[in-house]
Write a protein that binds this ligand. Structure first.
Ligand code: DAH
Length: 357
């Protein structure tokens, strides 16, 4: 099959001039003027300077406009003898087409040039450095809380929260701290003038949740706690804890152990852990748990089986239900996980520190 060559321009094949018949000198003169105009226009258009749309339009008006040169020449047509008119008219048409073709060619060339400049100037350099947009980040303490919550929610626990301004009843009494119990001295409490206190641990959420809901229960409760501690590298008067507890029929110490192990494995990986006997007023038996982390035993949490006295305070029958609980400090976990040596960095809002997380 024949292949067609696509040419970038239009070829205009000039029509052969009509054969000369007898013409008056005036007609000859008009015909010469017309042909000269065609040649002049074509030359001017071929070398358009400046090559702008405005300039092109001004040339169109100059040659083909209503008061342009072609019209001016043609105004003489009426004074020609009848016999000469068709011939001169035909030449006029031919010249008009010739000029129009030159205009069209130039217009396409201008448009193509414009597209080319646009493409060249509007290209996107994907290797240019980007614009910096400041981006917020999750605070390392919140990040640690989120990780802990994720693990327990994955185990079927529901998230709960309790008040930071608390009464003695929920913070101590219902948790089996007797009025003169030495355990109250373990925690130096901040009291408000009206007799309320700032909770010293998140264990108040145990009492508050059990007071309004029936077993079975599996709850994880993060929150802020307060103690009258002087601030140093490992102590802060304001800190965060997470409390977990479960209540059901037939829960045993082995359930507590399995839960704590699953949690610590999710957080630290497969590291050695150990349970040490301990004491808390609200659990019996009680234990503290250490993990071996980078060659050292670190105390991570307190836990135990919920004391029957706590069940009595919230109206659960200790003969029917058993439960376990655990609580741990978030700052402690975060310091271990992120290898930090000073708790105060968490609270100074130093962006150089915070941007690392
Ligand atoms: N409330 C304890 C504290 O502040 C931590 C704790 C220990 C919570 C044993 C518990 C637990 O639920 O069973 O130090």
């Amino acid at each position: 099959m024949a292949e067609y060559l696509a040419l970038p321009f239009t070829l205009t094949v000039p029509k052969p001039l009509l054969k000369r018949t007898s013409m008056t000198p005036f007609a000859d003169d008009l015909e010469t003027q017309l042909q000269a105009l065609g040649t002049e226009a074509e030359t001017a258009l071929a070398d358009l300077r400046p090559a702008t749309a405005d300039h092109l339009e001004s040339l169109r008006l100059k040659y083909l406009g209503k008061k342009g040169q072609l019209s001016q020449i043609l105004s003489g047509l009426g004074r020609l003898p009848e016999g000469d008119r068709p011939r001169v008219g035909a030449v006029a048409n031919q010249v008009k087409q010739q000029i129009q073709a030159a205009l069209d060619r130039q217009r396409s060339a201008l448009e193509a040039a414009q597209v080319a400049t646009q493409l060249a100037t509007e290209t996107l350099d994907v290797t240019m450095p980007g614009i910096y947009r400041p981006q917020g980040k999750v605070h390392p303490l919140q990040g640690t809380i989120d990780r802990v919550l994720d693990i327990f929610v994955g185990l079927g626990y529901k998230v709960a929260e309790g008040p930071e301004v608390e009464s003695d009843y929920y913070n101590f009494q219902a948790l089996n701290f007797l009025p003169d119990h030495p355990a109250r001295d373990m925690q130096d409490t901040l009291y408000l003038p009206d007799g309320h206190l700032l909770r010293t641990h998140t264990s108040n959420v145990q009492v508050r949740t059990m007071g309004t809901q029936s077993p079975p229960l599996r709850v994880v409760a993060p929150g802020r706690c307060y103690r009258r501690d002087s601030v140093d590298a490992t102590h802060s008067a304001v800190f965060h804890q997470v409390e977990i507890f479960a209540v059901d029929q037939g829960l045993a110490f082995s359930d507590l152990k399995g839960t704590v192990k699953a949690f610590l494995r999710a957080l630290f990986g497969d590291v050695p852990i150990r349970f040490r006997p301990s004491y808390f007023p609200f659990t019996e038996p009680s234990a503290e748990v250490d993990v071996q982390w980078q060659g050292r035993w670190l105390e991570i949490l307190g836990c135990g089986m919920i004391d029957p006295e706590v069940f009595r305070a919230v109206g659960y029958d200790p003969e029917t239900y058993t439960g376990f609980a655990a609580g741990f400090g978030i700052e402690r976990l975060a310091m271990v996980l992120y290898q930090m040596d000073d708790i105060r960095r968490f609270y100074t809002s130093d962006l150089r520190f915070l941007r690392q997380f």
